[in-house]
Design a protein around this ligand. Sequence first.
Ligand code: RIB
Length: 307
Amino acid sequence: MIKNRIGVIGSINTDIVCETDKLPKIGETVMGNKFLISFGGKGANEAVACARLGASTNLLGCVGDDMFSKNAIANLQQEGVHITAVKQLKGKQGGIANITVHNGNNQIVVISGANALVDENYINKYANRIKECSIVGCQFETPIEALVLASDICVKNGIKFVLNPSPIKKYPKKLFNNASYVIVNEVEIQEVEGYNPQKPFEILEKHANKLILTKGKSGAYYHNGQKLVNVPAINVKVLDTTGAGDTFLGSFMVAINNNFSLFDAVTFANICAGLKTTKLGAQTAMPTLNEVKKYVKKNRINLQINF
Ligand code: RIB
């Protein structure tokens, strides 16, 4: 294990972003305001979120050999993410996300491309890149069976495993059980076994100190074994929420890896995710450690960041 290294297994995409005041109906054309081609993919986003906060980070994922993939690799290198486990596949196209941003919210269509090849063979081949980490995160834009295998490797090697089941789909219970932390939004929590829509917070008590619910402007919730805890979101003008969840997960792992309490880790993640929403794009908008520290100081938030 390399001291305090973070691992992320997941997708690497290029985001094609249009910002508009009006969403088109089926068959309609509308004029938008801004266009952006930027670096995305939930896996790459999380890895960049970690690296911007100064964490040594391994990314495990696949790209193709098209221009988008080559640029994505160059960007990850520039961000300081360790990419020795990012496999470039000949003749394949890298992942693409078509994103429409409207009033700060987004609609996303993803074409997996090479991300679909992050399979069990791939995980076996790059298992050592997982084993050298102290905490590993994943999401659902790459094949789930491979994530189950990766989570087993984490459990066997005493590595914390963090699950963000996004975009949501059915997944084996083992993946949930293998996780040290599961971070869900209001849609994703509905897939957690035993979720009761009449009592939406009840399930947090069953998975106290493990299951964390993010609720945008209402902040994040978890149960600490004694009571339900709400960690408020920061008050910012939201321009684009794309990648905010990925920023939350990445910064949460950085905080846990630096031995923050769960409350402080969620506070830190809320600040990082909130700052991300003030700018357009996923990775382009993620805060650096200095920006987070400045925000904490300026707003007199009770949080000691000693890394
Ligand atoms: O979570 C945001 C990300 O989802 C985007 O960057 C896009 O690539 C999709 O993967």
